[in-house]
Write a protein that binds this ligand. Structure first.
Ligand code: NDP
Ligand code: OXD
Length: 338
C-alpha cells in the first residue's frame, strides 16, 4: 500500500463534504485535561444548528443529549444520559473510556484523521532520525565546541520495528521505509504491507524484537498490551546491527511501559536511548528519575495533538451519518478494547 492509499484509508472524513446537514441534535462536550474552549468554539462555528451543551455547568436536561464528544470524562458520567446514540472520543486512544464500567452500550467512535496521523508520523521520523544521525551526541559536542565527525551507517542498513500496525503505525512504517530504513511491523493479526516485513501475535513478537534496532511503539492500551515494554523484551532488541545499539520510542500509551525496566535497560546498556511521550502517570511526576536521565528524551504526550480545527469537522460529519441512518465509522471493538 502506498502512502497515498494509507491517507485514502484514513480519509473517510475528508470527503470535502460539509457538515451540519442534519437536523438539530443536542451534543454534549465533556473534556478533562485539555482546554475545552477551542473545541466549543469550533463546534459552534461549524454547526450552529446543533444544541451544544458543555460539561460541567451547561448540561441542561440530560434526556436531550444524543451525542457525547469527550476526552477523559469522569467514570460514570456518560451513564447519566439515557438517550445517547453515540460517544465520540476526541483522541485516537479510547482506553480511558473503555475503562469506565458504566459506559453506555452505544457505539464509541475514535478519531481517525489524516492531520493527526501525519503529526504522529512526523514524531516517529523525528526521533528515529535523531538516533540514526546521533543528534544527541552532536548536541553534546556542540556544548563543548568539539568538531568531530563520526561514522554514519546508511538508513538502508538500519532496522526499525514498528509495534502496532494500525492507522498510525502503518503511516509511520511507510514513511520510514520511504526514507530508506529496513522497516518491520508487529500487530495482533496478520498484515501484508509492501516493503514492510510483518510479524504478528504471540509467536511473532520475539523475532520482531530481535531484528529491531530502533523500536517505535504505537500500540493501544489494552489488558493484552499492559507492560509489554518490560526488561525481558527490551533485552531482545538488536544491538549488533548497523547502529551497534538499541533504542526505544514509545508514543502509544504509558501503561505499555515499565518505567523501572526502561531505567534498568539504559543502565545495563540493553537500551542506548529512549524517547518517551507517554507515561503510566501523567503529567510525569517531578521526582521521576526519567526526567534527568541523560539518555532519555521526554515529550508531554504531544506526539500527535488532537486539534479541534480538523477533528470537530470529522465528528460532525459522523453525526450527520448517524442522523442519516448510517452506522458510524471507526468504532471501537469493545471485545478487544480498541
Ligand atoms: P489502531 O487501532 O488503528 O491500531 C492499533 C494497532 O495495534 C493494530 O495494528 C493492532 O493490531 C495492534 N495491536 C493491538 N493490540 C495488540 C496486541 N496485543 N499485540 C499486537 N498488536 C496489537 O490505533 P492507532 O494506530 O490509531 O493508534 C494507536 C495508539 O496510539 C492509540 O491507541 C493511542 O494509544 C496512541 N496515540 C497516542 C497519541 C500521542 O499523542 N502520544 C496520539 C494518538 C494516539 P490488529 O490490527 O491486528 O488488530
Ligand atoms: C491520544 C490523542 O489518543 O491525543 O493520545 O489523540
Amino acid at each position: 500500500m502506498s502512502l497515498g492509499s494509507v491517507q485514502q484509508r484514513q480519509g473517510t472524513h475528508r470527503t470535502g463534504r460539509g457538515c451540519g446537514t442534519s437536523a438539530m441534535a443536542s451534543i454534549l462536550l465533556a473534556i478533562m485535561g485539555w482546554d475545552p474552549k477551542g473545541w466549543e468554539q469550533r463546534f459552534r462555528t461549524l454547526a450552529p444548528q446543533h444544541d451544544l451543551r458543555v460539561w460541567p455547568d451547561g448540561i441542561g436536561d440530560t434526556a436531550d443529549i444524543r451525542y457525547a464528544c469527550v476526552w477523559k470524562p469522569p467514570a460514570g458520567l456518560l451513564a447519566g444520559f439515557p438517550n445517547l446514540r453515540a460517544i465520540f472520543s476526541l483522541g485516537a486512544g479510547a482506553d480511558d473510556l473503555m475503562a469506565d464500567p458504566k459506559l453506555p452500550d452505544v457505539p464509541v467512535v475514535r478519531v481517525v484523521d489524516s492531520d493527526l496521523t501525519m503529526r504522529m508520523t512526523e514524531y516517529a521520523v523525528l526521533h528515529v532520525l535523531m538516533y540514526h544521525r546521533r543528534q544527541r551526541l552532536y548536541d553534546a559536542q556542540q556544548r563543548e565546541r568539539v568538531w568531530l565527525e563520526h561514522s554514519q551507517p546508511a538508513a538502508s542498513d538500519v532496522m526499525v520495528g514498528i509495534m502496532g500496525l494500525g492507522v498510525l503505525g502503518t503511516s509511520a512504517a511507510f514513511m520510514l521505509h520511504r526514507i530508506g530504513f529496513k522497516v518491520s511491523g508487529f500487530s495482533r493479526t496478520p498484515k501484508t504491507l509492501p516493503g514492510i516485513e510483518t510479524f504478528h501475535g504471540e509467536f511473532g513478537l520475539d523475532p520482531f524484537l530481535r531484528r529491531s534496532e530502533i523500536l517505535v511503539c504505537l500500540l493501544p492500551a489494552t489488558p493484552a498490551t499492559q507492560g509489554i515494554l518490560n526488561l525481558d523484551r527490551l533485552r531482545r532488541l538488536k544491538r549488533n546491527g548497523a547502529l551497534k545499539a538499541a533504542y526505544l520510542i514509545n508514543a502509544g500509551r504509558g501503561s505499555l511501559q515499565v518505567d523501572a525496566d526502561i531505567l534498568a535497560a539504559l543502565e545495563e546498556g540493553s537500551l542506548a536511548g529512549a524517547t518517551l511521550d507517554v507515561f503510566p502517570t501523567e503529567p510525569l511526576p517531578p521526582e521521576n528519575p526519567l526526567w534527568q536521565h541523560p539518555k532519555v528524551t521526554i515529550t508531554p504526550h504531544n506526539a500527535a495533538q488532537a486539534v479541534p480545527q480538523t477533528l470537530a469537522m470529522s465528528v460532525l460529519q459522523q453525526i450527520d451519518r448517524i442522523e442519516g441512518g448510517q452506522a458510524p465509522e471507526n468504532t471501537i471493538n469493545r471485545t478487544i478494547g480498541y
